[in-house]
Design a binder for this molecule. Sequence first.
Ligand code: AFP
Length: 329
Amino acid sequence: MTLEDHLATQQARLTSDVARGMAVIVGRIGSVASVISQELAHAALRDQLGYAGGSNLTGDQVKKLDVWGHDIMVAALRKSGMCAALVSEEAPEPIEMYEGKGPNGLVVACDPVDGSSNLDVNGTVGTIFSLRPSHGLDPAGPAALGPGTEQVAAGYVMYGPATTLVYTAGHGTHGFTMDHVSGEFFLTHPNIRIPKKGKVYGINEGNVSTWHPGQRAFVEYLRTSDKATGRPYSLRYSGAMVADVHRTLLEGGIFMYPSDMRDPARPKAKLRLLYEVAPMSMLVEQAGGRSSTGTERVLDIKASDYHQRAAILIGSPDEVTLAEEFYRR
Ligand code: AFP
């Protein structure tokens, strides 16, 4: 089954105000992904690696492919006629699109090229996206704010040895693999269910000195041998959230990017709520998993800023629940 056919089945399950927009926009993002995939494969040959100069609003140094990915995403969403505004990691304010205004237009939040520190070393990167109703607002950008439960669809594309697109429109989480000759996506992972418990954890352990004591105790627990509870866990960490969440989704376990708690009164998270943390949380919940900040469900966090950051502990229900217990102790 192609992505287009699958989108039609999901479209039939949504309310009429968001159904068509969801199918059109996810389809467009699939087309953009096949272009990004081709570009990544040839980037070193086309002088597309390295920095563009300057940094984005969240302070990251911008790579040439970040700028390029953003530009083609803007053009594709504008052309879709269903996107009323785009919140992108590479733009400080939402990009309003009059082509998609109206009661059925959707607001998209997107990180076109996530994990860009992996670009120059031929490592895995991804695209993450989230769709919400615009409610006919004009400007439509503010419709991207509010809790993650308002998302009507979310997904990511992973550019690894194969290009994989995983999305949910609120009725399960489904994975597709791109045929590199035609650029078309085919359903290869229908209705993904995350294992209840896993054997792997992912976290940037270089930050251990900044963690909440509960976070530190939890990772210490995972590293301690105990046959009965399947410990020690193995550590895997790629530097690209898409790759780490994809592995977790398929094989179980937990991926974590906790806040820097050196000043407990002012926790500092790194990952962005609207176009990293919230969409991944919807995808994993739809697959039977959980996503928490350590103290609250991620999808309940009400975004008040387009580039707001949030902590995330995401994966199998058993590990996420246990991590929360460590935070409470
Ligand atoms: P970049 O896009 O700046 O490389 O950031 C990627 C990311 O947002 C997310 O995909 C990773 O999980 C996380 O940051 C990696 O961050 P660290 O390099 O601090 O471990």
